[in-house]
Design a protein around this ligand. Structure first.
Ligand SMILES: NC(=O)C1=CN([C@@H]2O[C@H](COP(=O)(O)OP(=O)(O)OC[C@H]3O[C@@H](n4cnc5c(N)ncnc54)[C@H](OP(=O)(O)O)[C@@H]3O)[C@@H](O)[C@H]2O)C=CC1
Ligand SMILES: O=C(CO)COP(=O)(O)O
Length: 352
């Protein structure tokens, strides 16, 4: 009998069985029973009868459910792994069943817009920090949960699912959340670092997606490694400036969740954000790309929010601003690149 079956310890919850949720559920299931929430009955059925998700084998100790109350009653620690566009709606559905004893850790690399009821981004155009919520801030706003954490780092779901070596950061203001994340996730192939700057770690994962879209675009234009090195280093500077303005600390941006994930995502055809940039550079239009992508590329919405944030604060973020024009105003990628090459950057590193 395994240690899992003889113990009566509680299961671990995973909300959202997309690419990343499934990869994390499999890692968790190696040590604990897992209860996984999926919104569609057919996904729950597939998990419970075939032990697969989208036809791919998953751990047999993962039980599917469509019932937030059952999951919250059965689990003290819950991982939320849904895209930012759905995050508020999903957390609101779970909120009545969440208590201060729960620990919630999310893996979402996106932001939520926080505007007065009925207002849209188009109407306001400029926003400030108070109009932006990270996912940990959404959890704190919508629930009574106190011990909140996030999971971020170079963690391409397909590589994790293939059992390739990788590492992540669990960030929380509460050391017990970091320790619990490490205890649950760490294995011979998955290293787990801790960080108390949760907002900085969240922002690292969010902001690197902008640069990943740009990196895919450079690759789509057929440009080489010199151009990519230039983009990654100037992208890092932009990430630091935007991240600082949003309340994160430099130490997080130059760590695994920042530079680590930036390098991974800017170099991988497995990245959805990179793929969006690549396809744009090959001449496809954004609506056509979005219509044919099954998974989420969080960077597109992040570019919209950061463009409005930059307008609201008077900051400059040349890569983000030009990418906005490429994505939403039909600026040619070659023209954006020309503009950036003429931009009067003069100091190499001025943030340390
Ligand atoms: N994939 C990756 O390599 C990594 C992803 N991330 C981050 O993880 C987050 C999720 O990404 P990923 O798993 O790839 O995304 P996917 O598109 O693969 O999956 C999203 C999941 O969320 C579910 N979902 C969407 N909307 C709702 C809703 N309104 N209510 C309930 N469930 C919903 C989907 O359910 P349904 O199937 O029914 O649509 C699906 O299970 C993103 O923020 C991403 O940036 C972080 C690290 C790595
Ligand atoms: O964040 C990721 C890997 O760490 C996944 O990136 P994409 O969302 O671009 O696929």
């Amino acid at each position: 009998m395994s240690s899992k079956s003889i113990s009566n310890k509680k299961s671990i919850g995973v909300v959202g069985m997309g690419s990343f949720g499934t990869a994390v559920a499999n890692i968790l299931a190696a040590k604990n029973k897992v209860i996984a929430y999926a919104r569609r009955a057919e996904v729950v059925e597939e998990i419970n009868t075939m032990h697969t998700v989208d036809g791919s084998k998953i751990h047999e100790d993962i039980l599917g459910t469509q019932d937030p109350e059952y999951l919250c009653k059965s689990c003290d620690t819950i991982f939320f792994m849904v895209p930012s566009a759905a995050f508020q709606e999903v957390i609101r559905a779970f909120s009545p069943f969440l208590y201060p004893y729960h620990m919630v850790i999310h893996g979402t690399k996106g932001l939520c817009l926080n505007l007065p009821e009925g207002k849209s981004l188009e109407e306001v155009a400029k926003i400030s920090r108070k109009n932006i919520l990270t996912m940990s801030e959404v959890i704190l706003k919508e629930t009574v949960v106190i011990r909140v954490g996030c999971l971020a780092g170079p963690n391409l779901a397909k590589e994790l699912s293939a059992g390739q070596p990788a590492a992540t950061v669990v960030a929380s203001r509460f050391n017990e959340v970091i320790l619990e994340g490490q205890r649950l996730l760490r294995n011979d192939k998955f290293q787990v670092y801790g960080n108390s700057d949760i907002v900085g770690v969240e922002l690292s994962g969010v902001l690197k997606n902008i640069i990943a879209i740009a990196s895919g675009a450079l690759a789509g234009l057929g440009l080489g490694e010199n151009a990519k090195g230039l983009l990654i280093s100037r992208g890092m500077v932009e990430l630091v400036y935007l991240g600082n303005a949003l309340g994160g600390s430099l130490k997080s941006f130059i760590g695994l969740a920042g530079i680590g994930d930036l390098v991974t995502t800017c170099n991988s055809t497995l990245s959805r954000n990179y793929t969006v940039g690549f396809r744009l550079a090959k001449g496809e239009k954004l609506p056509d790309i979005l219509n044919t992508m099954e998974e989420v590329a969080e960077g597109i919405n992040t570019v919209r929010l950061m463009k409005a944030f930059v307008e609201g604060t008077g900051m400059r973020a040349p890569i983000t601003e030009n990418l906005y024009k490429v994505l939403f105003e039909d600026l040619k990628i070659e023209e954006a690149l020309q503009y950036l090459m003429k931009y009067p950057f003069s100091v190499d590193v001025d943030f340390i």
